[in-house]
Ligand binder design. Structure first.
Ligand SMILES: [Mg+2]
Length: 161
């Protein structure tokens, strides 16, 4: 029995979904620089001291979260890791876009962090997998950034379900 059927019979419980964007800062950078796609990417803290975000490729190379840059310079050289200063205005703007899309998809949302948000989806989806895919698809569709005459879509790596 799906969630909708339970809800219709009064057999419902509160259901929350948690949306957590993947490697958010690195994903935001890739939207504006597609050459970063498929390459190891590390975003540094505001003083360029430590790794605060890593693409999956950078994680596979061995860069640790919060690791000081001086400790992984060998990894950077060996794997041609793209090391970027954090652009926190960009990440905040992109986060606001994601949160707006999510707010349109559930009656109650509660942003939890820059890339995480709880959605109260009680009684909404009949099929949770289908609903999650719908959220994922809509975020991708709406995260379109116009840069001159080009359109770059927020890539599929942005959001998990
Ligand atoms: Mg995340």
């Amino acid at each position: 029995m799906g969630c909708r059927a339970w809800f219709d019979q009064g057999l419902y419980m509160t259901i929350y979904a948690l949306v957590d964007c993947n490697n958010f800062y690195a994903s935001c950078e890739r939207v504006f620089n597609p050459k970063l796609e498929g390459r190891p990417v590390v975003i540094l803290s505001s003083n360029d001291g430590c790794a605060i975000a890593r693409s999956n490729e950078a994680k596979e190379c061995g860069v640790k979260m919060a690791q000081p840059l001086y400790q992984f310079t060998d990894i950077v050289k060996k794997h041609d890791v793209q090391v970027l200063s954090g652009n926190f205005h960009l990440y905040t703007d992109m986060s606001n876009r994601v949160m707006q899309v999510l707010a349109d998809m559930a009656p109650e949302t509660q942003p939890y962090s820059i890339d995480e948000c709880f959605l109260d989806i009680t009684g909404i989806p009949d099929d949770l997998d289908e609903y999650c895919l719908k959220v994922q698809t809509k975020v991708r569709q709406w995260m379109v950034v116009r840069t001159g005459r080009r359109q770059i879509s927020m890539a599929p790596y942005l959001i998990n379900r």
